[in-house]
Write a protein of this length. Structure first.
Length: 94
């Protein structure tokens, strides 16, 4: 299964069935809206796309090689602590 969030909820399962087996556009939209509300209410995250890069949020206290590897997340594997950059930021990132 592609249940990446690990959802185990009979109500969500029932709504997914309604989406899959909707017989009209009206039923599909209603079931999709209901599923969306249920997912948001339970605070589930459903990945819906693939990025060709990795996003990271960080304070600029690290350095890295000028040329990063093509097939790697790079951070934090090949980055290192940069004391000079950290000193510029000070305690703002604490």
């Amino acid at each position: 299964s592609r249940n990446y969030a690990g959802i185990s909820n009979p109500a969500i399962d029932a709504l997914i069935e309604k989406v899959i087996y909707a017989t009209s556009r009206e039923d599909l939209v209603a079931a999709t809206h209901a599923l969306d509300r249920a997912l948001l209410w339970n605070e589930y995250v459903i990945p819906a796309w693939t990025l060709h890069y990795t996003r990271t949020a960080r304070w600029d206290r690290f350095s890295h090689p000028e040329k990063l590897p093509r097939y790697s997340y790079a951070f934090p594997e090949i980055w290192w602590w940069d004391a000079a950059k950290a000193a510029k930021i000070g305690t703002r990132g604490q």
